[in-house]
Design a protein around this ligand. Structure first.
Ligand code: BT5
Length: 324
């Protein structure tokens, strides 16, 4: 963590209460002039910091920004989000995360206020204006590539749980969309770098329409998407939301690493918007219609077709159809 973030972390922990420049300087082993320069930089970023010659600096209000210092202050994780790379604007957090994955610690998060080239699956675009939560988590699990879909499943469960803790009843559409009232509020893009039998690293990109106005989205998906702000009727505290998400993610990731995937799948099944639906699945080679009757232990979707045949779908696009 850089010095500015460390100062911010201390100010947030003591929000509203003054900390002397001398104490900050001693604790961080830098000069009081250096402290003052960082305070000035924080003020330029929108942090309102009062200062008094006798008492020191006190943080009064925080800007609505996802800065590492703000997220880390009070974050209750031991791996996920210990390191955070922050960008005001970036092409795609997944692109950067894939680039730096080899040289950073497991659990490092790349986060941006907006993305200019947000990526969906199969070359699709992900619209990422300011107000959303666009982040990528770098993982280095010692697993075979065939187990990677489990990570997408656990990411979906962690997002749904984080959203539910703020109120809305989030559901998961197979394999990786999180919905509220049938509309998409989050998409997940997992990318892996692997040898034949072992994952080198894995980047889980999570995009959540938090305080976003979906009315400004392109017409093709304006009506099929929603935001937390729209569903709640007010903006959410994005820093608090990211903290909750990283905490939920870590709990599930640690379970997954201990080999306990059953509980995660149970959670997934209990929040599934897809099981019981009549669906159209499009894979790279075919289109299949059927009733989604379950997910197997790897997260593959089990379909019962019109002819009563069971089909297992490992990857594909899923569309929920209305029954006629
Ligand atoms: C996804 O793809 O749902 C995965 C999206 C992952 C985005 C995150 S943001 C952080 C990280 N960095 C990145 O560059 N990406 C990840 P897919 O299932 O292919 O869905 C894409 C489709 O969703 C598009 O074709 C649109 O129809 C729709 N869409 C695009 N932007 C959206 C948005 N902001 N909210 C809801 N739907 C959107």
């Amino acid at each position: 963590m850089n010095i500015k973030d460390k100062i911010l972390e201390k100010l947030i922990k003591n929000k509203g209460k003054p900390i002397s420049g001398e104490r900050l300087a001693n604790e961080l082993s830098i000069s009081r002039t250096a402290i003052w320069k960082h305070i000035r930089a924080l003020r330029e970023e929108g942090y309102v910091i009062d200062s008094s010659t006798n008492l020191g600096y006190s943080l009064m209000t925080l800007p609505d920004m996802l800065t590492p210092g703000g997220i880390k202050a009070g974050l209750k994780t031991s791996v996920i989000g210990k390191e955070i790379e922050y960008f005001k604007e970036i092409e795609s957090t997944n692109v950067i995360a894939c680039e730096i994955a080899g040289s950073v610690a497991e659990g490092t998060v790349v986060i941006a206020e907006s993305q200019t080239g947000g990526r969906g699956r199969l070359g699709r675009k992900w619209i990422s204006p300011e107000g959303g939560v666009w982040l990528s988590i770098i993982l280095k699990p010692k697993i075979q590539p065939s187990y990677a879909p489990r990570i997408t499943i656990l990411a979906g469960v962690s997002v749904a749980k984080a959203i539910r803790s703020f109120g809305p009843e989030a559901m998961i559409k197979w394999p990786n969309d999180v919905l509220i009232n049938g509309k998409k509020v989050c998409g997940i893009l997992t990318e892996i770098e692997a040898e034949i039998d072992m994952i080198d690293h894995c980047v889980v990109g999570i995009g959540i329409d938090a305080n976003v106005d979906t009315e400004s989205f392109p017409e093709e998906f304006r009506d099929s998407s929603t935001s937390l702000k729209k569903e709640l009727g007010h903006e959410i505290n994005r820093v608090g939301f990211v903290q909750k998400l990283l905490e939920e993610f870590e709990v599930l990731y640690l379970k997954f690493q201990e080999g306990d995937f059953t509980a995660i799948l149970e959670d997934w099944r209990s929040m599934s918007a897809t099981i019981g639906e009549w669906v159209k699945i499009t894979t790279q080679t075919r289109t299949i219609y059927g009733e989604a009757i379950g997910v197997d232990n790897e997260g593959a979707l089990i379909l019962e077709t019109d002819e009563g045949k069971l089909e297992k779908i490992v990857a594909g696009n899923c569309e929920h159809l209305r029954r006629t």
